[in-house]
Design a protein around this ligand. Sequence first.
Ligand SMILES: [Zn+2]
Length: 73
Amino acid sequence: MKALRVEKKGVAVREVEKPQLEDEALVRVIVSGICNTDLEIARGYAGFLGTIGHEFVGVVEQSPDATWAPLSA
Ligand SMILES: [Zn+2]
């Protein structure tokens, strides 16, 4: 899967391993926005290195309970 990563040299889309989650939902992102917080992180103001992005629309692929059960085809 792909992820938008903040690295020491800038921002890049990288191939990353699919997370193995036990008590969280896994959401396949369909579309995503970029907000001012993302821009500040990308510019290095927060000192954060890693995957960013928190404003998106997606489909639940995996869920620990029926509350967020994946849609059946
Ligand atoms: Zn935001």
